[in-house]
Design a protein around this ligand. Sequence first.
Ligand SMILES: [Zn+2]
Length: 236
Amino acid sequence: MDIRKITKRDKTEVVNLPKCKALIYYMSEDISFPELLSSFKAGYKKAKLFFNYDLKKEIDITLVYSRKELEEILARKTQAWEIGFTSNKTGNIIIFSPSVVEENSNHKKDDIFKTIQHELVHAFQVEVVKGFTPWWLDEGIALITAQQVKTKGRECLKSLIGSAKFFDYTTDNYRFCTSNGGYPAAYFLVENLIKDFGKGKIRSLFENSCTSKNFDLFFKEKFSVSPEDYAKKLVK
Ligand SMILES: [Zn+2]
């Protein structure tokens, strides 16, 4: 399906990045667009700095103007907190226009400016990652890079480790965790990993990762501790 055909987005902003282009589709009467664009550009710099990498494949960013339209594009129901999405195959982004985010979600308008940076980090991850990385690593890096500071991470991590679903990488567990404090928990865990081991080592988890079965083993070879034991020590 060509998502551009669903609504009357009549403008395309071509953003020239160092090694490729980003195409942003939006409505010409959308007065909130310039602020979103500058946030996108600032976000690109942040993601580039973290991954020490420039995107090579062109990405599309499509602004949406209602939740109905969003759900038609995604072909699924969404929750009120969901305002931005990145395809884990193409790195293409779908996100609410800042002009309509408050009437279509439980977020404040300003949240969308960090969300576009968060989604852009996911687009980098699509290109950089060589195998499997767990959701908590992907989300932790995206939250930290976009400076979406989360509180209560320790408590959330503690309760999710208790439910034994955090380090068992199935789609159902991912859904359970992200609806039950998974984002603050991921933020807290990755923030501490970066503090203890440095950005370079965390980045190389993306560059050299393998399969969901042996990710924890791969992690343990690198850090001499399994992610679960590391997390347990953190929340003690
Ligand atoms: Zn995310």
